[in-house]
Design a protein. Structure first.
Length: 410
C-alpha cells in the first residue's frame, strides 16, 4: 500500500525519496546568538554529524577570522565521509582563501533582492553575474564543487533570478541555491519558485529556509516535492535570529514520508545525543515541544488517547519512538486519566483488580487530581490503599483461577 503521507506516486518532480542534507550547524549555527564553538567542539560536532550520516557539512567562511580558517583546515583533515563545504561571499578574495583550505566544495552566496543590492553590497545584477561567473570558474578550475546561491531569493525579481541561475548553470555550477533569508516564504511560493527554477536549470537545487514565520520545515518539504534535492539544516535549527530548518524536525517530517529511505541513510538513534551535544555547546535546553526529542514528544496523557495507545500505538502516533531509540510513556497521574490507563498501572504494580474496581479507584484518583497536581507516587498510593482495603471477597486475587496454588504458597 502506498504511504498516504509520502509523495504522490504521480509527482514526477519530487525528491522526497532521494533528498540530501547540507548540515550547517558549523556555519549558519555559528551565527546563532549564543554560539561560540572552540576548535575541539567543532571537531566533536563534525564527527557526530558525520556519524549521524549527513551528506555535507558546511563550515563558516575561512575569511571570517584566522581561527575560522584554521578550523576549516582541521575539519577537512579529519577524513570524514561527509563532504566538507565552506560558505563565502561572491568575491575572488574569499574564493582564493576557500580553495586552499582543503574543502570538497564551496558555497557562494550573494544578495539579489533590491534590499540587499541597495543596503548590503551595493552591486547591480550585471556586476553580480560577472562576479559569480568569475568565482565559479575559478573554484571549478581547482577541481572543487561549487554552488551558487542568491540570498533573499523570495524578495528578488524572478527575471533577475532566472537569468543568473541560467547563466551559472550553463558554465557548469554543481548546484544552485534558493535562500529564504528572512523567513518570509510560504509553502505555495516555495513550490512555485522551485518548480520554475527546475524548468530552467539542469543542475541540482539546494534550499535554505529561515523560520521567522514558522514555515521552515514545511517549506523544506515542499521544496523537495517541487524538485529541490538538498536542504540546509542545523541541529535544533540554530542560526541567525530564530534559525533555520532543524535537522530533527526535518527528520520527523521525512520519516513520515519515506521511512525506509530515512532509516537506511541516517542513524536516527543518535539524534538525541547530537542535539544534547549542540544544546550544551550553545547553552540552551532542548525545547519541550521539539519534534522527536522534546521531553513529551511520545507522552500520552488524556484518557481517550491512553486507552487507544495501549491498544495500538498507531492510533495517536505517526512516528515510532523506537525508530529513534526512544520509548513512549503514558502519563496517568492526572485528572484527565481514564480507567484503561489506571488498569495498565495496576497491572504494572502486579495487583489484581477487576475492571469495575479499576473504575472505582480511577474515580478516587480523579477526585485527588481535582485538588492538586499528582505524581506517580500519589497514584500508586491510592491504588495500593484501595487494594489493601478490599474485603477478601472483593479481592480479585482471592478469586483467581488457581486457588490451589495460592493456598499452597501460604
Ligand atoms: C545570509 C547569511 O547568513 S550570509 C553569511 C553570513 N556570514 C558571515 O557574515 C560570515 C562572518 N562575517 C565576517 O566575518 C565578516 O562580515 C566578513 C569577514 C565576511 C567581512 O567583514 P568586513 O570586511 O569587516 O565587512 P562587513 O562585515 O562590515 O560588511 C560586509 C561586507 O561584505 C560585502 N558583502 C556582503 N555580502 C556579500 C556577498 N554576498 N558577496 C560579496 N560581498 C558581499 C559588503 O558589501 C561589505 O563590504 P564593504 O565593507 O566593502 O561594504
Ligand atoms: O548560502 C545560502 O544559500 C544561504 C545563506 C544564508 O544563510 C541565508 O541567506 O539565510
Ligand atoms: Zn541563513
Amino acid at each position: 500500500m502506498s504511504n498516504p503521507y509520502g509523495p504522490n506516486p504521480g509527482d514526477y518532480l519530487s525528491n522526497v525519496r532521494s533528498f540530501q542534507l547540507i548540515e550547517s550547524t558549523l556555519r549558519e549555527g555559528e551565527q546563532f546568538a549564543n554560539a561560540f564553538f572552540s576548535t575541539e567542539k567543532k571537531i566533536e560536532i563534525a564527527k557526530a554529524l558525520d556519524d549521524f550520516g549527513v551528506d555535507y557539512i558546511e563550515l563558516t567562511s575561512p575569511v571570517a577570522s584566522e581561527q575560522s580558517r584554521l578550523d576549516c583546515e582541521a575539519i577537512c583533515k579529519l577524513g570524514l565521509k561527509a563532504k566538507i563545504l565552506t560558505h563565502i561571499r561572491c568575491h575572488m578574495d574569499d574564493a582564493r582563501v576557500a580553495v586552499e583550505t582543503g574543502v570538497d566544495g564551496v558555497d557562494v552566496v550573494i544578495g539579489t533582492s533590491s534590499f540587499l543590492r541597495e543596503y548590503s553590497h551595493g552591486k547591480d545584477m550585471s556586476y553580480i553575474t560577472n562576479s559569480a561567473v568569475e568565482v565559479i570558474e575559478f573554484v571549478k578550475s581547482k577541481g572543487i564543487e561549487i554552488r551558487f546561491s542568491s540570498e533573499d531569493s523570495f524578495r528578488s525579481d524572478i527575471v533577475d533570478l532566472l537569468n543568473i541561475y541560467r547563466t551559472v548553470d550553463k558554465i557548469g555550477v554543481n548546484r544552485v541555491g534558493i535562500a529564504d533569508t528572512v523567513g518570509c516564504a510560504n509553502p505555495r511560493q516555495v513550490y512555485e519558485l522551485v518548480k520554475t527554477l527546475k524548468s530552467v536549470v539542469s543542475c541540482d537545487i539546494e534550499c535554505h529556509f529561515h523560520n521567522d514565520t514558522g514555515c521552515a520545515i514545511a517549506n523544506a518539504y515542499t521544496a523537495l516535492e517541487a524538485g529541490a534535492k538538498l536542504i540546509d539544516v542545523s541541529v535544533l535549527g540554530i542560526g541567525e535570529r530564530n534559525g533555520i530548518t532543524p535537522l530533527g524536525g526535518l527528520m520527523a517530517r521525512m520519516i513520515a514520508a519515506d521511512r525506509e529511505y530515512v532509516l537506511g541513510k541516517y542513524k536516527l538513534h543518535k539524534l538525541r545525543d547530537l542535539e544534547n551535544l549542540v544544546a550544551d555547546a550553545v547553552q540552551v535546553n532542548v525545547p519541550f515541544n521539539n519534534p522527536i526529542t522534546g521531553f513529551c514528544a511520545f507522552t500520552h496523557k488524556a484518557g481517550i488517547h491512553a486507552k487507544a495507545i495501549l491498544a495500538n500505538p498507531s492510533t495517536y502516533e505517526i512516528l515510532n519512538p523506537a525508530d529513534f531509540g526512544l520509548t513512549r510513556y503514558i502519563h496517568f497521574a492526572n485528572r484527565l486519566t481514564g480507567w484503561n490507563a489506571i488498569k495498565s498501572r495496576v497491572d504494572q504494580l502486579n495487583l489484581n483488580l477487576t475492571d469495575d474496581q479499576c473504575k472505582e479507584v480511577t474515580a478516587k484518583i480523579k477526585l485527588m487530581g481535582d485538588i492538586r497536581p499528582l505524581n506517580i507516587d500519589d497514584v500508586d498510593s491510592i491504588i495500593k490503599d484501595f487494594h489493601a482495603d478490599l474485603k477478601p471477597s472483593e479481592d480479585k486475587s482471592e478469586q483467581s483461577e488457581e486457588p490451589e496454588v495460592k493456598k499452597q504458597k501460604v
